[in-house]
Design a protein around this ligand. Structure first.
Ligand code: NAP
Length: 230
């Protein structure tokens, strides 16, 4: 797949892995749109990289997803790549009952439902383009169960399964379906805002993504040890 001249929407693109993707894709001559819930983070990203377009959107809300789609269709009708990157992670102790599950961001809605609904919304637009792609960001935890973050792991396993089926279903179309499988990356996922923890640099993830897209490596599994060359 070409790595320049695309028009790309990255959900959750104002921070972490999404922002590193956005920066790299702009550098390669792509038009990049990012969305997220926090307007100040989107503005910060745009101040750093003025070519990036932004849109406030909570992807866990169906109303917001539909507004986002209508806006993109009107303002950026040449959109040919959707990157489902927005994600949340939080510890949930099921011994504490239903409140533990419902008292924070919904990982199910953000990590699993949103990519599926956005895929369904954007496919008609993607089918109009000469070459298109859907890129889903899952996780190494798609195949590893961790007791502290049970719902997170389950959403990534589900997203992996959905991505595989979608790839097969779209095989006879112009839409390529990629899955990006990051190792531990130094972002604030699962932490307080702006608290970054250890892991590979997001820029290494961005390099691996670019290489994966260029080579049509539909499953981009990034290694902790040698992240730039999956
Ligand atoms: N960091 C890792 O070690 C790691 C490993 C494997 C996979 N991943 C995956 O990589 C992706 C990016 O995560 P990251 O590590 O870069 O963490 P991050 O910096 O926290 O990025 C997550 C982004 O998603 C956005 N977001 C969260 N909920 C949203 C919602 N409801 N609507 C719209 N945007 C939303 C956040 O912005 P707002 O809060 O402003 O909405 C934020 O910009 C996630 O899917 C994550 O599961 C990360």
């Amino acid at each position: 797949m070409k790595t320049n001249g695309n028009t790309i929407l990255i959900t959750g693109g104002a921070t972490g892995i999404g922002l590193a993707f956005a920066e790299k894709l702009v550098e390669y001559g792509n038009k990049v749109i990012i969305c997220g819930r926090r307007e100040e983070k989107l503005k910060e990203a745009q101040n750093k990289f003025p070519k990036i377009k932004t849109k406030v959107c909570d992807v866990s809300s169906q109303t917001d997803r539909e507004i986002l789609y209508e806006w993109v269709k009107k303002e950026h009708p040449d959109l040919n790549i959707l990157v489902n990157n927005a994600g949340v992670q939080r510890p949930i102790n099921f011994k504490e009952g239903i409140k533990a599950l419902t008292s924070g961001d919904s990982e199910i809605e953000t990590n699993f439902t949103a990519p599926i609904y956005l895929t369904a919304l954007f496919i008609p637009l993607l089918l109009e383009q000469e070459e298109a792609a859907i890129i889903n960001v899952s996780s190494g935890l798609r195949s590893r169960a961790i007791a502290r973050i049970p719902v997170y792991c389950a959403t990534k396993a589900g997203l992996h399964s959905f991505t595989e089926s979608l790839r097969e279903q779209l095989r006879d179309t112009r839409i390529k379906v990629f899955e990006v499988v990051p190792p531990r990356v130094a972002t604030s996922l699962g932490r307080e805002p702006d608290v970054i923890s250890g892991g590979i640099p997001p820029s290494d993830m961005a390099d691996a993504l670019l290489l994966g897209i260029k080579n049509d490596g539909f499953e981009i599994i990034v290694s902790q040890a040698n992240p730039r060359f999956p």
